[in-house]
Design a protein around this ligand. Structure first.
Ligand SMILES: *Cc1c(COP(=O)(O)O)cnc(C)c1O
Length: 406
């Protein structure tokens, strides 16, 4: 019998990282701007940009700082309204507040994707930018979003923190908007403990973000164009912004870059295994009358390392019992809207400068949407352990309890 799977640990960090870290510890060369060139952080940026097929990447301390810098790079005036989905991690509205802007929340449907009717209604003239948060990798209708935003000249920032490897019509998520942001926190596809990266094809935006990330004096000269080549457009943009921007110092350390770099070649396998695992568990869960895993939108190829599903036909009390039954079987389930102080429930974002509104669709979804990790390294028996636990927990809540008259 398979025991309770460990769903917390990530994969071991590849051995090559340990050798590189040993080299860095021996030389003490941990700051990205000490060496004249080829610092591990610069190499990570080149490799990541090449893997995504974009011109520029800027590695920083977290995805949150990447989102903050993206908004600062767009040069949004104070109090600009920024449209964000109402279902996202608290870091997203936080980055908007950090950039002195005001988040406006858009409804999210029971398939975890942006409600396009509400999006259209709220995309008014006073919206200065849009952040699309592909929450848990669930991709909203990027065709409709880009068409609506391009028609109004509104820049789109993609929060692809948890979406690395996801495709939309075969295009890499995070490369569709003006700027994309990814996370290297331990629960994401590439794990540095902490870290993030911002990508763009726009030299002006990248130059501004690089300087504000802490490339003081002439350290920007260590940021090159694609494949490490000199890039006149980028150099002109740096010269234009020299001394004109504040330095927020959200840099990445060479140690973090050394941890991420050898994981990039593992990404294809992780995405493949993660999707196969997810779809296997999803099919098993969908066989239950009480559980529904929303399908992806047709243009979307997912890259999941967790699974989300809705409980169907259950009262609040039954949802609580479902969680208890699942836990008794060794599987922890988070219902986004039911756990106290959940950072993904918009009513807990009491720091918002403006009240978010009622958002009934998102609220309803959050009260039934369950979340459980599904690390890509899990084996088939471990996946069956999780699926069995969830299906039988739902059955016990809905059927067995009734049969016994409890
Ligand atoms: C993890 C995550 C973030 C924050 O990333 P950090 O690197 O921890 O700042 C933002 N948005 C989403 C959707 C996330 O999953």
């Amino acid at each position: 019998m398979t025991g309770r799977p460990n769903v917390h640990d990530a994969e071991p960090i590849p051995r090559a990282a340990r050798e590189e870290i040993d080299r860095l510890l021996t030389s003490g060369d941990l700051f990205r701007y000490t060496a004249p060139d080829d610092a591990p952080v610069s190499r990570l940026e080149q490799e990541f940009a090449a893997a995504l097929g974009v011109k520029y990447a800027l590695a920083v301390s977290s995805c949150s700082s990447a989102l903050f810098l993206a908004l600062k790079a767009l040069d949004l005036p104070r109090d600009t309204k920024v449209l964000i989905p109402a279902f996202t991690f608290a870091a997203v509205p936080s980055s908007v507040v950090h950039a002195d802007c005001v988040p406006v929340l858009v409804e999210v449907g029971e398939n975890y994707r942006i409600d396009m009717e509400d999006f259209k209604a709220k995309l008014a003239d006073d919206i200065g930018a849009v952040i699309i948060s592909h929450m848990r990798g669930h991709t909203s209708d990027m065709d409709a979003i880009m068409a609506l935003c391009e028609a109004r000249g509104i820049p789109v920032v993609e929060d692809a923190a948890h979406s690395l490897g996801t495709l939309w019509h075969g295009r890499k998520i995070g490369t569709i908007g003006r700027i994309g942001a990814f996370s290297f926190q331990s629960y994401k596809m590439l794990n540095a403990g902490e870290g993030g990266i911002l990508v763009s094809d726009d030299a002006e935006l990248i130059a501004r973000a690089v300087i504000m990330s802490g490339a003081y004096e002439h350290n920007w000269k260590k940021h090159k164009g694609p494949r490490g080549q000199n890039d006149p457009e980028l150099e002109e943009a740096f010269a234009r912004w020299q001394n004109k921007l504040p330095l927020y110092n959200t840099r990445m350390s060479n140690l973090s870059a050394a941890v991420v770099r050898p994981q990039i070649p593992e990404l294809g396998r992780r995405v493949r295994d993660g999707l196969a695992n997810h779809d296997y568990v999803a099919a098993r869960l969908n066989a239950s009358a009480w559980i529904e895993v929303p399908p992806p939108l047709p243009p979307e190829t997912r890259a999941p390392d967790s699974i989300q599903f809705n409980l169907v036909g259950m009262s609040d009390e039954e949802v609580v019992r479902f969680q208890q039954e699942a836990r008794a079987r060794g599987v922890n389930i988070q219902v986004f809207g039911m756990s106290q102080d959940n950072a993904r429930a918009f009513w807990n974002w009491a720091f918002l400068p403006e009240a978010p509104g009622a958002l009934p669709r998102t609220r309803q979804m959050l009260m039934r949407a369950c979340d459980t990790r599904l690390p890509v390294r899990l084996t088939r028996p471990e996946l069956d352990f999780i699926a069995d636990a969830l299906v039988s927990a739902a059955h016990d809540v809905k059927v067995a309890a009734r049969a016994y008259g409890t």
